[in-house]
Structures are given as structure tokens and as C-alpha cells.
Design a protein around this ligand. Structure first.
Ligand SMILES: Nc1ncnc2c1ncn2[C@@H]1O[C@H](COP(=O)(O)OP(=O)(O)OP(=O)(O)O)[C@@H](O)[C@H]1O
Ligand SMILES: [Mg+2]
Length: 146
């Protein structure tokens, strides 16, 4: 397992590069590794935006059905998600749709977690006992069926 602290903008870049290298090492194609790097960077950016600091970890998974894959885990102690399934939707925050008039004033279109979902096979969220939360995004080497 590799763990990167996320505290500053330069940490986001480090997370992005680490994700890409880990994905290439595991056998993902370049385009796939770039997508995993984007997913990791979106999760890291959210840590800075909503929780100030946290950790991104990478590890290899070996699923009996899906085979080998990579897990990107984002852990922070910032505010809990009101509704994680809403937050995954493009143009939504964790409460619901972002009103068009709010888009200019806020930082972001509400599409970061949507990208994480599109670039991976499975995204899950776990509230940790009094210790924040963890988002885990998994992508398997077996090609995605679109
Ligand atoms: N680490 C986090 N802690 C608490 N809330 C979060 C966290 N990450 C995301 N959220 C919530 O989920 C919503 C959706 O996140 P998402 O990354 O998709 O959009 P965004 O950050 O608002 O905009 P964008 O990523 O497009 O710049 C956020 O608006 C926020 O309400
Ligand atoms: Mg975001």
C-alpha cells in the first residue's frame, strides 16, 4: 500500500503522479492510467476543498470474480456526506442539484465524483467510527464494458 498525505496543491500533483505510476506498474494501459490519475486527483482536490487535509492510499486488490485491480482510497475527517449517492451525480452536491445561479459563485461544477465513478468500476463510501470517512474507488484490469 502507498499512502500520500493531502495538505496542499502540490500534494494533489503528487497523488496524480503516484496514481498514474501505480496503475502503469499494475498493467493498466496509458489511457487507463491517465483516467485513474484524474480520479485520484479529483478525490484529493475534494479533500482540500471540503476537509482541508487527509490521505489518499493506493493498493492492489485481487477479487475472486473480477481479478486484479487497483483501489484508490480517500480518507478525511471533514464534514460527513449528507447523501453520498447524490454527491456522485454530475451537477449535484451532497444535498441535491446545484442551482445554475450558484455555479458561478461556487468552486466547481459538481462533476468530480461523477468522473471518479466513470473512470472506475465501483465506488463506495464508509463513515468511520467518529473518525471521518473513506471513499474507495476500484478499477479492475479487465476492460470496462460500456
Ligand atoms: N471529502 C469530502 N467531504 C465532504 N463533502 C464532500 C467531499 N467530497 C465531495 N463532497 C461533497 O460532494 C459534492 C460533489 O463532489 P464533486 O467532487 O462531484 O463536485 P465539486 O467538488 O462540488 O465540484 P468539481 O469536483 O466539479 O470541481 C460536493 O459538492 C460536496 O458537497
Ligand atoms: Mg470535486
Amino acid at each position: 500500500m502507498t499512502t500520500c498525505p493531502v495538505d496542499t496543491d502540490s500534494d494533489v500533483l503528487r497523488v496524480q503522479r503516484t496514481a498514474r505510476t501505480a496503475a502503469l506498474t499494475l498493467g493498466f494501459r496509458k489511457a487507463e492510467a491517465d483516467e485513474l490519475a484524474i480520479a485520484a486527483s479529483e478525490l484529493a482536490t475534494n479533500i482540500l476543498k471540503y476537509a482541508t487535509r487527509g490521505l489518499i492510499s493506493f493498493w492492489v486488490v485481487d477479487d475472486p470474480d473480477r481479478g486484479i485491480g487497483m483501489c484508490i482510497a480517500a480518507r478525511d475527517q471533514g464534514p460527513a456526506f449528507r447523501d453520498f449517492s447524490l454527491a456522485l451525480r454530475d451537477g449535484f452536491d451532497d444535498k441535491g442539484p446545484i442551482p445554475p445561479e450558484a455555479l458561478l459563485a461556487r468552486r466547481g461544477l459538481g462533476t468530480g465524483l461523477g468522473a471518479v465513478k466513470r473512470f472506475t468500476h465501483h465506488v463506495e463510501h464508509e463513515a468511520l467510527d467518529g473518525q471521518g470517512k473513506e471513499i474507495r474507488a476500484l478499477r479492475f484490469l479487465k476492460r470496462m464494458k460500456k
